[in-house]
Design a binder for this molecule. Structure first.
Ligand SMILES: Nc1ncnc2c1ncn2[C@@H]1O[C@H](COP(=O)(O)OP(=O)(O)O)[C@@H](O)[C@H]1O
Ligand SMILES: [Mg+2]
Length: 414
């Protein structure tokens, strides 16, 4: 058990830190000592962590905590939360230009009973909101361009190592397989068996999708990244990337890195951004309309996956390719576009189990509790299986041709 005080500013955080002079014995004791009686629960994230905002001594703080043994999937556990603090410390040490770009803990509690991070509350709004009432994705891309350039130049490309063969499989199908039991225990069996058509297409079940991929060594070899990059984030979905309030284009910050202290594929993060544009963001906010029909089921994001979101998703690879810093990042990486699309499909499938691990009370317009979790998981499953199937039905020559378009898994909605 350990409590680490990472910093905080002497004047601003003095009163909060003074609450922790006496030794601390448990996570409950930490929560008892924090002045969180009037907290607000922040619901924006997708993990099982509890995130509370509270005010103390004229400062707004956030405490994020996970109790040991409450996670159903890797990545939602207390150890991973504590690794997030390690990753942020790495960023401070090795990418000092990004230090102010990632919300860092002031206090870190690590114990057998769980982990907690206490941070300042950062004022901003998710970058993806720029797509909400827009007529085109132009402003979103305008704001994202200097951010990605900054992250690439001062982060991803500051340190690279050559990637071992099998890196793609380790990062993607292996991760989905680790989570299969949670999906099997909770999702409609007929979807997993591939017994229903989804959006008019006959789709294999998840295990068959993974088996198809694993049976294609040339494709898997092409999917391996040539190098791994400094781990700038690892979960760069649009809900973790914020624009600072009242600042110009340069004002941004990130929250909630994956909790990795090893080199990683930068395309993993680009895939998270594309996943957000392709349905994660709107789906998590509005839920998914799932309709049974004679031939199977029709699934779409209930609302918000507009033409602007679809167009942003369609244009995302071309946007990346237009950034000089990205051009330098992918030198010697001929299959980055294939890897981007396949990574995005894998993120969709890996997210399915997370919907059951996140136990924050969720409601959608049609469901609550486990039924709401199942609705979100079904939407993500449909998204992932349709996207992966779209890619896997192409032969290797086509997939390696370098001219892939994004798999469209649904028609744009209202
Ligand atoms: N330091 C912070 N400042 C401002 N908002 C925060 C902060 N930490 C978390 N949040 C809000 O809480 C949400 C969930 O936090 P996050 O750490 O991303 O949890 P999860 O692990 O569930 O994704 C974020 O999307 C954001 O809206
Ligand atoms: Mg998050």
């Amino acid at each position: 058990m350990a409590l680490l005080i990472h910093g905080g500013s002497p004047g601003r955080d003095e009163r909060l830190l003074a609450l922790f002079i006496e030794p601390l014995r448990s996570l409950d004791e930490l929560l008892d000592r924090l002045p969180i009686a009037d907290h607000t629960t922040l619901m924006g994230g997708g993990s099982n962590a509890r995130v509370y905002e509270f005010n103390y001594a004229a400062t707004t703080y956030v405490v994020k905590f996970v109790r040991a043994g409450t996670a159903l999937v890797d990545g939602h556990d207390a150890t991973t939360l504590s690794r997030k603090a390690d990753q942020i410390a790495w960023i401070h040490q090795y990418c000092p230009r990004l230090a102010g770009r990632i919300a860092a803990p002031i206090l870190v509690y690590r114990g057998d009973d769980g982990c907690a991070l206490v941070m300042h509350h950062e004022a901003g709004y998710p970058l993806i909101q720029l797509l909400k009432d827009a007529n085109s994705p132009a402003e979103f891309f305008d704001v994202l361009a200097p951010i990605l350039t900054d992250l690439i130049e001062h982060g991803y490309s500051t340190s690279t190592i050559s990637a071992a063969s099998g890196s793609f499989a380790r990062m993607h199908p292996d991760r989905i397989e680790r989570r299969l039991k949670v999906i099997r225990d909770n999702l409609d069996r007929r979807l997993l068996d591939g017994a229903v058509r989804i959006n008019g297409r006959s789709c294999p079940g998840l295990e068959d999708v993974l088996a198809d991929l694993r049976a294609r060594p040339a494709l898997l070899a092409a999917l391996d990244p040539p190098v791994l990059h400094f781990p700038v984030h690892g979960d760069l979905n649009a809900g973790n990337l914020f624009r600072r309030e009242n600042t110009g284009k340069g004002g941004y910050f990130m929250l909630d890195p994956r909790g990795i202290v090893e080199h990683w594929d930068a395309m993993y993060d680009m895939g998270k951004l594309l996943f957000s544009l392709a349905g994660l963001h709107a789906g998590m906010h509005s839920g998914f309309a799932v309709q049974r029909c004679t031939a199977g089921i029709e699934v779409k994001v209930r609302s918000g996956q507009t033409h602007v979101f679809e167009s942003a998703a369609d244009r995302f690879p071309e946007f990346l390719a237009s950034l000089p810093a990205f051009g330098r990042l992918i030198e010697g990486d001929p299959h980055w576009l294939l890897r981007l699309h396949m990574t995005t499909a894998m993120h969709m499938l890996a997210e399915v189990a997370c919907r059951f691990s996140d136990t924050k009370p969720r409601t959608t317009p049609a469901n609550r509790g486990h039924a709401a979790q199942a609705e979100l998981a079904t939407g993500l499953y449909a998204m992932g299986v349709l996207s992966a199937e779209h890619l896997l039905r192409l032969d290797d020559a086509r997939l390696l041709s370098g001219t892939l378009t994004r798999p469209n898994w649904q028609e744009p909605g209202p």
